[in-house]
Design a protein around this ligand. Structure first.
Ligand code: 5RP
Length: 221
């Protein structure tokens, strides 16, 4: 029987458990691959102090498994953060935020010593940008930020009917071919009204666990 995308996500989620030290507080991402990781964490919950969640949805899933959710302010620096991505390169630069949780994801990743990215093979790309780049924006700045994004060569579209966990909107920026993700991440952060953008290049992943039909490949930079 051939391996489905879900089989690959489950395999990388299982492999990520090896990166979780005993008795730690683990950082947990958001999305379908992160959900498989949460389900795997449930099996070792007796060996965990708890988890810091990057979204309300992940917090609910963790709590549903009886895993204690700890606020980042109480947790301090985390040994490891495990999360998926919408696109990732061999430099382990990523586009994230397909699920709209980019801001809290970036915060928890920043507060973690090691970022383990878990993806199926479809997420590996040579150049970022085919997946529309999510940008979280303060609602009153929507039009201004959209105009600035057009100046940078993108085509921003409002994510209709969506509000982030932080009460903001998302502009999904189409049509970018991102040759220098570190530079673009910084430029976007400098637009007034932008809370966060979905480029994770300044703080890239440290390890990529990539699911393929042949098994889980490990990539490090
Ligand atoms: C959510 C994210 C996710 O990591 C990203 O969307 C990948 O999700 P999935 O594992 O469902 O493909 O950044 O904001």
């Amino acid at each position: 029987m051939s391996m489905t995308q879900d089989d690959m996500k489950r395999a990388v989620a299982q492999a990520a458990i090896a990166h979780v030290p005993n008795d730690c507080i683990v950082g947990v991402g958001t999305g379908s691959t992160a959900n498989f990781f949460i389900d795997e964490l449930a099996r070792i919950k007796h060996k965990l102090q708890g988890a810091v969640a990057s979204s309300e949805a992940s917090a609910r899933r963790l709590q549903g498994h009886g895993i204690e959710v700890i606020s980042l302010n109480d947790a301090g620096t985390l040994p490891v953060y495990v999360d998926g991505a919408d696109e990732i390169t061999r430099h382990l630069h990523m586009v994230k935020g397909g699920g709209g949780a980019l801001t809290r994801e970036k915060i928890v990743a920043a507060a973690s010593k090691k970022f383990v990215c878990v993806c199926d093979a479809s997420k590996l790309v040579d150049v970022l940008g085919k997946f529309p780049l999510p940008v979280e924006v303060i609602p009153m700045a929507r039009s201004y930020v959209a105009r600035e994004l057009v100046k940078l060569g993108g085509q921003p579209r409002l994510r209709e009917g969506f509000t982030t966990d932080n009460g903001n909107i998302i502009l999904d920026v189409h049509g970018l071919s991102i040759m220098n993700p570190v530079e673009l991440e910084t430029m976007l952060n400098n637009i007034a009204g932008v809370v966060t953008n979905g480029l994770f290049a300044r703080r890239a992943a440290d390890v990529l666990l990539l699911g393929s039909p042949d098994g889980v490949q490990t990539l490090v930079v």
